[in-house]
Design a protein around this ligand. Structure first.
Ligand SMILES: O=C1O[C@H](COP(=O)(O)O)[C@@H](O)[C@H](O)[C@H]1O
Length: 223
């Protein structure tokens, strides 16, 4: 992994938005449409706010989440709602959202249809991804019920996931899809996550799922 440390969080948010805009611009020079995969959770909102104001041909950008919590969009835990509030507005409102969620009761119920919709948008051109202090990334959690399947080189594109640390079922992109991204940026903040990602570099993906995307990734960090 390549370590990029910023003096404070505001600098991190602004610089990372610039870096992602540059990565998207470069991908858009090479291709007609590009896929931008992004995390949910508490960290990326300010980066999305900044990025949503950048002038890019957003009408050629397909945005998807790295993972979603299986909750309605009205829930404050919905990653899709976070995206609509913070990224898919301003100039970025012209981007197309490729959903990782449906109205079905359980993630298994619409797995096939969601997978079919995502497949034409792979590989991911630009990946922004988060990590929890427990070293989970996307919804690949240590101890999750289908973690081994999700980490396998033969994993399907998408998998439902349930884990002790996750209050609701999840839908997640799997390790081969995430590690196949052409440009990977990991966003982490705070001492606990800094220590965790350093530890993860010496662990297996089963122990530390984030290890599956560290090779060649740019880590963006501020205290
Ligand atoms: O549950 C999730 O957690 C991770 C990390 O979130 P954060 O709140 O610690 O930033 C996030 O990357 C993932 O997309 C989300 O579903």
């Amino acid at each position: 992994m390549n370590w990029n440390e910023y003096p404070d969080r505001d600098m991190l948010f602004m610089s990372l938005a610039d870096t992602l805009a540059a990565a998207l611009t470069s991908a858009l020079h090479a291709k007609d449409r590009v896929t931008f995969a992004v995390p949910g959770g508490t960290s990326p909102g300010p980066v999305f706010d900044a990025l949503s104001q950048v002038h890019l041909p957003w009408d050629r950008v397909d945005v998807m989440l790295t993972d979603e919590r299986w909750v309605p969009e009205t829930s404050d835990r919905s990653n899709t709602a976070l995206l609509r509030r913070t990224l898919l507005k301003g100039t970025a409102a012209a981007a197309t959202l490729i959903p990782l969620i449906s109205d079905a009761l359980a993630p298994e119920d619409d797995l096939e249809a969601l997978t079919t919709a995502i497949k034409p948008h792979l590989p991911i051109d630009v990946l922004l991804i988060g990590m929890g202090a427990d070293m989970h990334t996307a919804s690949l959690f240590p101890g999750a019920d289908r973690l081994a399947e999700g980490l396998s080189p033969d994993a399907p594109i998408l998998l439902p996931m349930r884990a002790p640390g996750a209050p609701e079922p999840r839908m997640t992109l799997t390790a081969p899809v995430l590690s196949g991204a052409l440009s990977t940026h990991i966003l982490i903040m705070g001492d606990e996550k800094k220590a965790a990602i350093r530890r993860a570099a010496d662990l297996t993906p089963t122990e530390a799922p984030v290890a599956c995307i560290l090779d060649g990734a740019q880590v963006h960090y501020a205290d």
